[in-house]
Design a protein around this ligand. Sequence first.
Ligand code: NAP
Length: 525
Amino acid sequence: MNLTGEMLIGQKAVKGSRDPIHAINPATNERLEPGYAGGTQADVENACQLAWEAFDRYRETSLEDRATFLETIADEIEALGDALVERAVAESGLPQARIQGERGRTCGQLRLFAKTVRAGEWLDVRVDPAMPDRQPMPRADLRQRHIALGPVVVFGASNFPLAFSVAGGDTASALAAGCPVIVKAHAAHPGTGELVGRAIQAAVKKCGLPEGVFSLMFGSGREVGTALVSDERIKAAGFTGSRSGGIALWKAAQSRPEPIPFYAEMSSINPVFLLPAALKARGEEMGKAFVGSLNMGAGQFCTNPGLVIAIKGPELDVFIKAAGEAVKESSAQTMLTPGIFEAYENGVKSLQDSGKAQEVARGQKGESPNQCQTGLFKTSAQDFLASHALQDEVFGSTSLVVECADEAELKKVAEHLEGQLTATLQMDDADLDAARKLLPTLERKAGRILVNGWPTGVEVCDAMVHGGPFPATSDSRTTSVGTAAIFRFLRPVCYQDLPEGLLPDAIKNDNPLKLRRLLDGKREK
Ligand code: NAP
């Protein structure tokens, strides 16, 4: 498929009229064709109007039709073949195997959402039949189901050009919920965005859905992104990126006459606690495994382990030595964009200049453009507690070890942490008491708690939570990965005393969708 550099607004391909942006191959700094000209306010208006017109019909598509649509998107993405992989590799600098894996995850998550849609549990149907003879007051007939919120804007993430971009988790969960989607493409991989966008556009047509179910726009976040979030027809948004970008767009969403939910995933340093018995038994092994996790994807995972917390002593020295050696052997890796590389360099420099963090080891220097050099630093708990800047995310493969005097200080450091996507415990049986004392703090701080694993690697499944308190996300009640992500784009509606002829299928008396309802307080089998 030839790339045209056009936006996709409904079924049309539209050339933008702002200055074009070009993707840069970060491995070579070569400019990639074609240019992608940004949209105007009129293009935003058009995409929002089409989405609004599609909404009522799309949200009432049958479970089967909607599930088939999600599966058709996955089929269309796979049909793009090697062209998609080649373009994504060129635009992201990520290795081919990683992109192939990410394509599998993207299609897998679309198919998982298809399964979720068919099962219909997300409709959360509750029926409390009328009790006309109840004393002292009769009860009305009350029925609840969930409906889609409305058109959703999705901001593609730079670090997952497939799995968290145009057809990624936010898009899949919003479409599954019955929401039309307008994607604001990430400027780092516009060609990948166009290819995937065309696959979704083809699926909309094949499935006979209204064209406004999907649009893809290019342009700057400040102009196109803010205009989309501010449009009255948009009812929610999903975002992955920087804290500053997330907060700016969240503010735009909250300052509308009608504020809307804005689900931003922003910044997390994913603390790893090394508990004493585990540290004593396997400090060296943990040091090496930790650096493996730190280096994954050049450290550009939202779940990258950017902080290690343990009690100071010879056992921790063994861990630091082993990790330091593994860091020194780490090859430089190409980062996603020149801007992200520059932000990484600045983040490492801030640590170096802080006067509070001591360099343990650096990895090998890169010989090509935009290659990050792995880094390991250490600091005392006292300095960490006194300097909030040491909690700033350094997006890339750099981590900081915090040395605590004792268990009480380790707990103090845990309490001092900002909200996180993950918190990890490395522990043995003898650490159970210490872990039990830490657990309530970790539950308050993080969306996912792991034992004896590493936080990188997020399973897409029913039980996953990829979320957490601010600044990990803007709304700690939700997840952006896994099937529960669908609930971000739904709201409950209660129907009181509606005649059978007016009830939606999901809450009809004879239960034509065969859902497991909560009927008069009892869950149906
Ligand atoms: P970003 O700069 O936040 O950009 C993400 C999206 O938000 C882009 O579409 C961007 O539009 C838009 N945007 C940014 N600032 C905005 C503003 N003030 N108003 C309106 N829209 C705005 O994120 P990025 O490009 O992916 O990476 C930059 C940094 O984000 C990284 O260095 C890293 O620190 C962080 N990051 C964190 C994670 C994580 O999961 N924790 C993931 C990715 C990135 P434009 O097209 O105008 O840029």
